[in-house]
Design a protein around this ligand. Structure first.
Ligand SMILES: NC(=O)c1ccc[n+]([C@@H]2O[C@H](COP(=O)([O-])OP(=O)(O)OC[C@H]3O[C@@H](n4cnc5c(N)ncnc54)[C@H](OP(=O)(O)O)[C@@H]3O)[C@@H](O)[C@H]2O)c1
Length: 245
């Protein structure tokens, strides 16, 4: 590998049974020529059948999830030196509490949807109290993505703030997340937009601007309805998110 390993942060997600957790590691990590990961995450508090497509799940492809067994396997990965850190993604406060009952290594992070139109008002203080760092996916509301929303990038509130500060809407959206102590994980395939998204560290939002951002209506962009099945272990999106919806 020609890249300097120290300068690259490798984060993988794992989805299937906890046996598959080690298989996933071998498939994804060893074939890339890596010795270790920087961060390994449980992608969802959900288990799906090996090989299933999370966006198009057939009846019976969502299986019961063993929260403690899975975390124990993650801890084993950490103890074996396969990954520097282990963490969670899309876990609610209730599911984190359940996991912490038996954890010997606490999760380093919880990677969840976070943007001005889903501000994680319940989860964020909880994770801060538990010293679990939050990373925010879809910080621009997955703008232009098939399942995404325009609630962030076409917000009049953000537009007005951006104009008054000579910033772009995406910069205001990302700066707001950063000021909450959260690491936004923004995606762009465009070099100019990548550069633009990085210019958020040498200015700040005012108290008044923060108050305006609090007025933005709240709704998850991605509710993960595809995991809900009449005869499966998850009967409703409320159950998946433990009511935080
Ligand atoms: N853990 C999880 O369960 C989970 C779930 C969803 C997503 N994620 C991860 O989170 C990351 C980002 O999320 P996301 O891709 O869903 O949403 P996002 O970062 O909110 O939005 C990406 C979209 O915004 C556009 N964009 C980026 N910068 C822009 C700018 N400055 N101005 C205008 N448009 C801009 C991109 O288009 P261009 O590429 O054309 O710039 C792309 O269409 C991804 O790496 C994804 O893998 C994780």
């Amino acid at each position: 590998m020609s890249l300097n390993r120290i300068l690259v942060f490798f984060n993988f997600h794992f989805f299937f049974s906890f046996f598959f957790l080690f298989v996933s590691f071998e498939i994804y990590v060893r074939t890339m020529g890596l010795e270790y990961l920087d961060l390994y995450l449980i992608h969802w508090p959900v288990r799906i059948k090996e090989g299933a497509n999370m966006f198009n799940l057939a009846e019976g492809e969502v299986l019961p999830f063993d929260i403690h067994g899975t975390w124990k396997a993650m801890e084993d990965c950490s103890k074996l030196g396969l990954t520097k850190s282990i963490g969670l993604s899309n876990f609610s406060c209730e599911k984190i509490s359940q996991l912490l009952e038996h954890a010997t290594i606490p999760p380093a992070i919880n990677q969840v949807e976070m943007n001005v139109s889903w501000q994680q008002r319940k989860l964020l203080p909880f994770c801060k109290e538990k010293r679990i760092h939050v990373c925010g996916w879809s910080p621009l509301g997955a703008y232009g993505v098939l399942w995404g929303s325009n609630a962030v990038m076409e917000s009049q509130i953000l537009k007005d703030i951006a104009t008054s500060k000579s910033k772009t809407i995406s910069q205001v959206a990302l700066r707001w997340i950063y000021e909450q102590g959260v690491s936004p994980i923004v995606k762009s395939f465009n070099e100019d937009r990548m550069q633009q998204n990085l210019q958020i560290f040498d200015w700040e939002l005012t108290k008044e601007e923060n108050v305006q951002i609090l007025q933005i209506p709240q709704r998850r962009v991605f509710r993960a309805d595809s995991f809900v099945q009449e005869n499966g272990p998850i009967k409703s999106v409320e159950e998946l998110w433990d009511g935080d919806i």
